[in-house]
Every structure is written in C-alpha cells, then in structure tokens.
Design a protein. Structure first.
Length: 154
C-alpha cells in the first residue's frame, strides 16, 4: 500500500470518513492520476473531507484535507493529514508549522474581515517544504484546506 493510500484509509477509519472508489483521470500532459475522495465525520466533525492523488498508483501527487473552522477537532484532523509515512518528512516540523500556520491564517483572516467587512475572505499561510512534500494551509470563511503536494505533482 502506498503512503497516500494508507493515510487515506487511516484517516477514513479514525475520522469516520466514507471513501469513494478510486478514480483514474488523465491529466492534460497525458499522465494518469488516481484519486481517492472521502467525506463524512461524526458529531460536530461532519463535513470533513479528504482527497488523495497518486501518480503511477504509488507516488503522492496531492493530498487535500478540509474541515470547518468551527469543528472541535479541526487542528487534530489537519495534523493527522500531515502524518504521511514517507521518507524525508519531518513530522515534528510539520506539526509545529501547522499550529503556526493556523494561528497566522486565523489572525490574517480576522484582520482582513475587519478591514473589508466581508466575511468571505480567503487567506493562505506560508509554505512548508518537508522532504518530498510541500504543505500550505488555506482559510476561507468557514473552512480550512490543507494542501500537500508531493514530488510526483509535476
């Protein structure tokens, strides 16, 4: 089992997400990608989502984890998404970065909404490069989206 597939299955089990069947899709460059999507959750964590993209059925091209900003386990879920079982990833660094990225995006979101009086602002954290992946946290009105791009994204 590949790291992204294993992570998707682990996230699905631990966070009670329903995974769809893997879907193959041809990219504009002619390369094939396999995507696994899931959604669900329980209690206040319903609306939690995961989407993993694999190149050549084995290499991570992308992982997208989404959850509501008002979810009690939002940070825990996003932290679980950073736990990729891939050589070269510094999990302590990723965990620390995620906590800081959340604080920064929440602060920036609060500033922007105060300035613009628009509750539908969109802010993005700084980027973390850890081993073979790059991570970035997005915050919209009521959603966090953690995007993890792997070395197979190109």
């Amino acid at each position: 089992m590949t790291a992204p597939e294993g992570l998707s299955l682990r996230l699905a089990k631990n966070w009670k997400l329903n995974l769809d069947k893997p879907v193959k899709q041809e990219m504009p460059n002619g390369k094939m990608r396999t995507y696994i999507h899931g959604r669900g959750g329980t209690g206040s964590d319903t609306g939690t989502t995961v989407s993993a993209g694999l190149a050549d059925h084995t290499n991570l091209s992308s992982l997208l984890c989404g959850t509501g900003t008002d979810k009690s386990g939002a940070l825990d879920f996003l932290a679980a998404c950073t736990e990729l079982d891939m050589a070269g990833i510094d999990h302590a660094k990723a965990s620390s970065w995620l906590k800081q990225a959340k604080r920064e995006t929440d602060s920036l979101y609060k500033e922007r909404t105060a300035e613009t009086k628009n509750k539908k602002e969109y802010v993005v954290s700084g980027v973390l490069a850890s081993g073979p992946v790059v991570m970035v946290l997005h915050r919209t009105y009521d959603t966090y989206s953690l995007r993890i791009l792997g070395h197979a994204a190109a």
